[in-house]
Design a protein around this ligand. Structure first.
Ligand code: UGA
Ligand code: MN
Length: 257
């Protein structure tokens, strides 16, 4: 099965650094198709060239978040959901592609551009029949959030979630903690992310339209291994750059960073 990795991304000083970290891992993963969706009014030259030279199989899309759904610079980052319309644009592209394409064997994974992904993660998710789940490190105010797995009875199954935060979410996982079978997403033609999900419920609201808890497939050695981390990149200090720019001496004049 092909792994379709959908990544929302937006312009900022460290965007290329983030995309480079992802590329360096994805190049080690066989049969990976990267669907990069820019939150922008058009595809940027930087991302276009970056993808062209990446050596990866990819699709480049763009989908602008309207102004009233964008975070203002002083908003705490949990005020509005991020990447929603971009992930939906990726889903729409997949559904259109497979209207004509015969072979829907695949897996869909939503990979934000700032997280840290291991190669092993992709081995784990490749065989996903419905929705597979695993632990995510450094998220939700704890070292690790993870599915609770019971091995009593017929086979391993997920019975709940170990999280520090909003523990009564039906599917208390971060975006980085699950993958979905492609045929399932193609069958459920209407399922997408919602801008109206209550804060913290983006993933849960999406998953409850696709599966029930007992259908989840626990990966990563019964959810005891951490193969992905919800890292967040520090905003680079541009204090001197702003001064130099005003003096007409931007350090990145004629050079892409
Ligand atoms: C957490 C989750 O890990 C995200 O998957 C979820 O979308 C987000 O919360 C949410 O509540 O909406 P967090 O680290 O806070 O993530 O979010 P970011 O990493 O800042 O953004 C998620 C993705 O959206 C990234 O790939 C980012 O590049 C993209 N994004 C962010 C945009 O496309 N446009 C923006 O204006 C901001
Ligand atoms: Mn993030």
């Amino acid at each position: 099965p092909v792994i379709y990795v959908i990544t929302p991304t937006y312009a900022r000083p460290h965007q290329k650094a983030e995309l480079t970290r992802l590329k360096s891992v994805f190049l080690h993963v066989p049969a990976l198709h990267w669907v990069v969706v820019e939150d922008a009014p058009h595809k940027s030259q930087m991302v276009s060239e970056f993808l062209k030279l990446s050596g990866l199989t990819y699709t480049h899309l763009h989908q602008l978040t309207p102004d009233d759904w964008k975070l203002k610079s002083n908003d705490p980052n949990w005020r509005k959901p991020r990447g929603v319309l971009q992930r939906n644009a990726g889903l729409k592209w997949l559904r259109r592609k497979f209207m004509y394409d015969g072979d829907p064997r695949g897996v869909v994974y939503f990979a934000d551009d700032d997280n840290t992904y291991s190669i092993e993660l992709f081995t784990e998710m490749r065989d996903t029949r419905t929705v597979s789940v695993w632990p995510v490190g450094l998220v939700g105010g704890v070292m690790v959030e993870r599915p609770q797995v019971s091995t009593i009875g017929t086979g391993p199954r997920v019975t709940g979630w170990l999280t520090g935060w909003k523990t009564n979410r039906p599917f208390a996982t971060d975006m980085a903690g699950f993958a979905v079978n492609l045929a399932l997403l193609l069958k459920k033609t209407k399922v997408e992310f919602s801008l109206n999900s209550p804060i913290g419920y983006l993933e849960s609201n999406f998953l409850e339209k696709l599966v029930t808890l007992d259908q989840l497939e626990p990966k990563a050695e019964l959810c005891t291994k951490v193969y992905v981390w919800h890292t967040r990149t520090e905003k680079p200090n541009m204090k001197d750059e702003e001064r130099l720019r005003k003096e007409g001496k931007a350090t990145n004049e004629g050079i892409e960073v």
